[in-house]
Design a protein around this ligand. Structure first.
Ligand code: ATP
Ligand code: MG
Length: 389
């Protein structure tokens, strides 16, 4: 059985032809072994980035400082990374020669330290296959050294426990607990990336459980307080839904969460909408104006979050879609009048009152109190302003 796409195999074959070593590595090898279709394929090679660029016509420097070159093969982007080694004190006295063995040795967990040749032969230096079969996450080498080297690995272990639904080997777990405080030194962006994957995994509860075991909620209350009680939301967690659920279980606001996790503007906007919609849903069921005001994904996740905690009738995603479809308009520009019409109809000149009235009419249309028709709106408007006088 062949591994990887035709294009990725071609990359390896051409590297071989140029006299270099090259193999498949990392998550793709692991996932294929689990019978899952790998997403992005990584290749490790003995060629330096410069040499990789000499071999291929179309390349992009995506992370040359990390030794990574993107090769475009038949239009398909393939990541090619030069064998990496970790420089430590002992290495300075006995420099580690870049080799596949050394590259695999610097990887985080045995299941991630598998490689595969283009002929489909598995290279398994650290018994990763055995751990994969037994569903175990285990540090490559001494957990104390390896987790100290890069404390993000503590969080990556949690992430993989969710994504793969694997157990964390006990010495690794114990060391994670001891070293958990050093997560403080890890860039939050890196944690956030793992957090997204954790939320989307097979078994986020498992990661929350391990997170509690290593003391994350107490040690990092601003980041992980939610690990104490997120379990019941796991059936519908997704990347950003996870953060939305955190709103419901802690008293951290959307703004604070966005700041702590350095969320993107888009994620922040989503989270703030969830916060608003959740406040509404806590008071009452959604009404047409809510279906009009909030995007489908906000309504869906807020409905689920709310109903997870409260008795009452939960509306399905399908029903949300139906409510949206029944709306007379989908956005303000769908209204059958403009601000200019209001000036014409009232004989007044423009001002703040115009936008106030546009909003009033918009609401009346959305609630079905007026038809979205210029004549009907004109009549309603003239009547209302005369009543106001
Ligand atoms: P995914 O399918 O989610 O991408 P992955 O295993 O490919 O999972 P990546 O974060 O893409 O994970 O990393 C690719 C590979 O690089 C890993 O399989 C692992 O071998 C290695 N790796 C990544 N991050 C680290 C790290 N912090 N320390 C050591 N090795 C790492
Ligand atoms: Mg990957």
């Amino acid at each position: 059985t062949s591994f990887g796409s035709a294009a990725s195999r071609q990359v390896i074959i051409e590297l071989h032809a140029a006299g270099y070593e090259a193999v498949f590595v990392g998550g793709a090898v692991r996932d294929a072994q689990l019978g899952k279709k790998p997403l992005d394929i990584d290749i490790a090679t003995s060629a330096t980035p410069h040499q990789v660029k000499e071999v291929f016509r179309h390349t992009i420097d995506v992370g040359i400082e990390h030794g990574t070159i993107l090769v475009l093969m038949h239009g398909e982007p393939i990541e090619v990374t030069t064998y990496r080694t970790e420089a430590t004190d002992s290495d300075l006295r006995h420099p580690v020669v870049p080799s596949l063995q050394a590259d695999l040795q610097r990887r985080d967990f045995t299941i991630n330290a598998l490689a595969k040749t283009v002929d489909g032969e598995l290279i398994d230096v650290f018994d990763g296959l055995k751990d994969l079969r037994q569903k175990i996450i285990r540090s490559v080498g001494n957990p104390g050294e390896r987790l100290k080297e890069d404390p993000l690995r503590i969080f990556r272990a949690l992430r993989f426990s969710s994504v793969l639904n694997f157990e964390i080997e006990s010495e690794t777990l114990h060391t994670m607990e001891t070293l958990a405080p050093s997560l403080r030194h890890v860039a939050i962006e890196r944690i956030k990336t793992e957090m997204d994957k954790l939320f989307q995994g097979q078994n986020p509860s498992r990661a929350f459980h391990y997170g509690r075991e290593i003391g994350l909620p107490e040690r990092f209350p601003e980041l992980f307080a939610a690990f104490d009680s997120l379990d019941r939301y796991t059936p519908f967690l997704h990347a950003r839904h996870g953060f939305a659920a955190m709103l419901a279980v802690t008293d951290t606001s959307a703004t604070e969460l966005a700041r702590y996790f350095k969320l993107s503007n888009e994620e922040k906007r989503f989270l703030k909408q969830c916060e608003e919609a959740l406040a509404i849903r806590t008071q009452r069921a959604f009404d047409p104006w809510d279906f009009y005001s909030y995007p489908t994904d906000v309504l869906e996740v807020v409905e689920k979050i709310y109903c997870t905690n409260h008795e009452g009738h939960e509306i399905s995603n399908q029903q949300i879609e139906q409510h949206k479809n029944q709306l007379p308009i989908l956005q303000r520009t769908d209204l059958a009048f403009t601000g200019n019409d209001l000036l014409k109809w009232s004989g007044k000149s423009g001002g703040k009152w115009t936008s106030d009235w546009i909003m009033k009419i918009e609401r009346a249309v959305v609630y079905g109190q007026i038809e979205n028709d210029a004549l009907a709106i004109k009549e309603w408007f003239i009547n209302e302003i005369s009543c106001e006088k």
